[in-house]
Design a protein around this ligand. Sequence first.
Ligand SMILES: [Zn+2]
Ligand SMILES: [Zn+2]
Ligand SMILES: [Zn+2]
Length: 924
Amino acid sequence: MTDWKDTLNLPRTDFPMKANLPATEPATIARWDAMGLHARLRDVRSGRPRFVMHDGPPYANGEIHIGHALNKILKDLVIKSRSMAGFDAPYVPGWDCHGLPIELNVEKDKHAPDKDRSPAEFRRACRAFAAKFVDSQREDFKRLGILGDWDNPYLTMNPAYQADIVRALGRFVERGLVYKGKKPVYWCLRDRTALAEAEVEYETHKSPSIYVEFPLALAGHALLDPRVPALAGRDVTALIWTTTPWTIPSNLAIAFHPDFEYAAYEVESRVVILASALAARVAEATGRPFGRQIATFSGRTLEGATFRHPFYDRDSAGVLAEYVTLDQGTGAVHTAPGHGSDDFATGVRYGLEIYAPIGVNGRFSEELPVVGGLKVFEANPAVEAELEKQGRLWHRSDFEHSYPHCWRCHSPVIFLATPQWFISMDGLREDAVAAAGAVAWLPDWGRERMTGMFMTRPDWCISRQRAWGVPIPALTCRACNSSHLTPAIVERAATVFEQHNADAWYEMPLEAFVPDGFRCPGCGGADFERDRDILDVWFDSGSSHLAVLAKRAELAWPADLYVEGTDQYRGWFQSSLLVGVGTRRQAPYKGVLTHGFVVDLHGRKMSKSLGNVVSPQQVIKESGAEVLRLWVAMVDYRDEVRLGKEVLARTVEAYRKIRNTFRYLLSNLYDFDPAVHAVPKEQMLAVDRYALSRYATLADDVRHAYEAFDFQTIFHAVNTFMTVDLSAFYLDVSKDRLYTFGPSSVERRSAQTAQYIIADGLTRLIAPILSITSEEVWARLPGPREESVHLAVFPSDPGAWRDRALDDEWQQLLAVRGAVNAALERARQQKDIGNALSADVSVAASGATADLLDRYRDDLPMLFITSAATVTRRADEGLEVTVVPAAGGKCPRCWRFVTELPPGVDHTDLCRRCEAAVEGVRAV
Ligand SMILES: [Zn+2]
Ligand SMILES: [Zn+2]
Ligand SMILES: [Zn+2]
């Protein structure tokens, strides 16, 4: 018996079924490097409309984690898809290099104790530390298949960047928006620095909760007695509540709400004042009932009343404030203008001193009675003891509440008025709100969130008392101790930083930074010293659009898009917009796309202690970067994104399906040269044109989804197309034609033409997501093509293949196919037939369905994968399918039953179609 296998056009390809991604991916990435792919792309796209996505710089401190992977892969999907849509879409990655965490790590380095290091030496160690992690993170990002200008990233510690940071500050100085003031800011006692709002996290903390009586002064009686006669001659106190006893030494006022009702209650021989609405609750909380109520009056009555500090020889002013609430406390609010932002505002309104007798060492001034020399939190018991001694402590207990903590060292922070540099929101707020309102936020709730933040945020405290950052180049007059920051001073420093780097501030003689002829505007003095504060690192990264977008020729200002996690509303989105509005009166971005955070399968944050951390390095090692990339495309990144073993296993499975589809398509194209063999559309078989019409719809959907950054829809669309349209139908019904027809027959070439167009198009469409696998496919596709799929563009005009009439017809044919398949399955189970090829199907239909089937009469055996199929007409609606064994004998080559052979299965003769095909093979 002849083995006809050699005469069949069986699929063949060297595209491996098993991807072995961990081992093979690095070669593709190395090839991109060697060919300078990112630069090549710039050349190829030169002159095209530009799309600028600006990279938010990760912090150069430690290895990348899964959150970085999600963020960078999303950015890569955006960039690559815009590039393949024909845009010139460069990607310039960046790193945030200054800041406290790096300092802390360098301080931990025991080999170089700080006492032996000058500030400049310490900064050099910080620079080296940051550079080390820029390098390692860069390698990891490249390993994820992310394409960018990795050899020329932006670093906030580069001299030119440092100069641009200072110049951005200079623009604020020019506009008169920068001032030095004593103002309460979040202060970390442990790190000895001011903290930004964004650097504070709320954690549960146990504080003392104390109720304290402030006696009414004689002067207070003079004012109050005529207004509230019942109080005349009585011993009167106001009752306040606080959880920070250490701020009592700094008390300068008691705030009352102008419109609340306050009441005076008899308690033993004296009278105690508090908000009447809170009296019952306070009595219960303290276990001390109030006696008879002898008077009520509005809060307004208490404005100007003078109280006495409970243990210092000074007054505490009765003031009014709208922020006083009835939620907690007594309605009489202890006010220390140096230790709270509301307190500060009230202090400014009433002309009180911004008093905070605490040094940067976190200790009270030595000369202060009761608490002198004590650390802040050590002062709590001392204050309580003194209040007790003076008979002014009404009640004390412990109180658990949410309290601000330092995001780095997790110590409780305090509000402390220290001299700091600020950017005033007064001159910026309206512009910032308007600019944020004009941005396209994705999702669009971002607009409200961002504008709301700008409406309420306090002035921006831009100074930090640290070493590793960009110095605020202010000069302090030695004669009158006033600090000066002028446009000329700032520009002078920027020039020096640009030539050296910002270390120069700590190393070069002062003259280098004093503008020629500069005199102290206050006293005319000419003897200065330099300030030692550095800029808030959020100002550094917030200036990136000036230092990068406005500077590099391949980019443009403003950016089309920023892409970061939702935490950046209070971070980078905010600081970037403020710097944009402060320097150019406009937001530095037209659009902002945000993503959620990666959590475990139970929705919990990943942490070492929970043991639920999935590291990108581990996934790459076990499954490959492509699996992470596909995972990013499969999830709804707008929300929290779940990741764990099961999710990874599902992703690996999805990857395998996609890979196998590509492999099968390639395996049918081994002898196909599109330039020579492509069949013109009008000569193609209807089923091939239908497959291309489906593909056209897919290509359209995918392109639209890329435009909307809706990667999840892309995955689903591609997956459905591959499984439903291709595997379950088109590829199945095409096998007979591809394998058994003459290699050069129009039937086979028609199928190859369709599969070639689909394979080529799918490779382009999936390339932004499966960037490495698509390269493997691309290299094996026939026909001349770009050296990398990423240099190519999305399929041009797939819409030309769209044929709605054909779609409709084939949707109906597929419905018939479903009914036939069910009948075949029943016949097989009843052992009437073997496989489908041994069957002869007869479909009885009526009306339009019968007409349609009649028209496709010749395609029906192919559609049903049977040896024969006939159509008959019936009067009734609906289909009737009859299955009988096919007549004739089985062709040993194509396994169809044909009537030209006598019944039987052991034939050596071929069917007529195979005879012709084998002729064709021999001819080839
Ligand atoms: Zn801290
Ligand atoms: Zn002076
Ligand atoms: Zn045959």
